[in-house]
Write a protein that binds this ligand. Structure first.
Ligand code: SAM
Ligand code: SF4
Ligand code: SF4
Length: 330
């Protein structure tokens, strides 16, 4: 059962039933950052999807429990975000807004709070302005602003989640990152395993953590977890047993819901299985795809996905198993 406003409630439910309970809405894929690890900002946007359109679609979905606003940097379409959040709040649908935190302000944070946002989810990968600026190619003042915004979210009582991508530049710094998350007053820390993107062949792309670094980082994080902090480890559910990890109170390996209970609705009406790991278009709400019946009438690509349940995070860490699967399929 969905616990009201509980972070990752969908992911903590027992998996198995495929129906649309979560909708990620990318009101825009545009972004003021160009993170090397990300593919979202490369997508062609379209931007047909106004708040009114998004609300019209949400209204038709009786099974929906959560709307996650994530693109791109959705705060670039801030007014639309507020309208969607307010509608969901009035209708008992939990909401999450994923942001890099750079375009927030005291006024904007207050408005999200007033609209009833269930939780705000900010990326947090660096513990000092210089490393942040060097990695993202940004002015160090942007870091200061992100930090101020994180503090404000906490002060104003928004449920605040910081997400750290476990990849090359963070894997050696996890203890310092988690200490800073705590110092900022945040009590929910999500560790997102890195997913290989299609631009990964480029020389110098070092986004994905190796198996050894992942095991070491996760062990360190669990060992150093403060009792008042919840740790959510994402895109690791397929192999937690294999790597000897175990859930315990305060340490959660979220079940993957992408494609199974959650789909991504893109700014041009495209429906994707998962914007990051499986940006396969399975329909378009302006070209006859009905989100209400999508699991009953499964489009071929969705059906194939549910049949095989591929996981690039698993394949990146256990490539031998991937080869074994493909040779058995031949
Ligand atoms: C696509 S961003 C959109 C929201 C916002 N712009 C931000 O960066 O937080 C959502 C999340 O995807 C994560 N992400 C981007 N590229 C990834 C990758 N290659 N593997 C795993 N997560 C990734 C980011 O770290 C971020 O927390
Ligand atoms: S991860 Fe977020 S901030 Fe970075 S490029 Fe992608 S959408 Fe933008
Ligand atoms: S299928 Fe994709 S979203 Fe799900 S756990 Fe694997 S990498 Fe993550």
């Amino acid at each position: 059962m969905l616990t009201e406003n509980k972070y990752k409630a969908l992911e903590l439910e027992t998996p198995g039933l495929y129906e649309l309970e979560g909708l990620e809405i990318g009101v825009t894929s545009n972004c003021n950052f160009k993170c090397d690890y990300c593919c979202a900002y490369r997508r062609n946007d379209g931007s047909k999807l106004s708040a009114e359109e998004a609300i019209r679609l949400i209204r038709e979905l009786p099974t929906l429990k959560r709307v996650r606003l994530s693109g791109g940097e959705v705060t670039m379409r801030f007014e639309d975000c507020v309208k969607i959040v307010a509608y969901c709040t009035e209708n008992g649908i939990a909401t999450q807004l994923n942001t890099n935190g750079s375009l927030l302000s005291p006024e904007r944070i207050r408005r999200l709070k007033e609209a009833g946002l269930s939780n705000i989810h900010l990326s947090f990968n660096f513990t000092d302005a210089e490393s942040f600026a060097a990695y993202y190619g940004m002015d160090p003042r942007v870091y200061k602003k992100v930090i101020e915004n994180i503090r404000l979210c906490v002060e104003l009582g928004l449920e605040t989640v910081l997400e750290t991508l476990l990849f090359g530049p963070t894997q050696e710094n996890m203890p310092a990152i988690s200490a800073m998350v705590h110092d900022l007053g945040v009590r929910i820390h999500e560790i997102q395993n890195s997913i290989v993107m299609d631009h990964a062949e480029r020389p110098g792309w070092n986004a994905v953590a190796s198996r050894e670094s992942l095991v070491r980082s996760v062990r360190e994080l669990i060992a150093n977890r403060r009792p008042d902090t919840d740790l959510y480890l994402t895109c690791m559910d397929r192999f937690l047993d294999k790597l000897g990890f175990k859930e315990e109170p305060g340490v959660y390996f979220s079940n993957c819901v992408d494609g199974k209970k959650q789909l991504h609705l893109h700014g041009n009406g495209d429906i994707l299985i998962c914007e990051l790991c499986r940006p396969e278009i399975i329909g378009n709400v302006y070209e006859g795809t009905d989100l209400r019946t999508i699991y009953a009438n499964r489009p071929k690509a969705l059906d194939e996905f549910l049949e095989k349940l591929p996981c690039p995070a698993y394949d990146a860490l256990f490539p031998a198993d991937e080869e074994l699967h493909s040779s058995t399929e031949l």
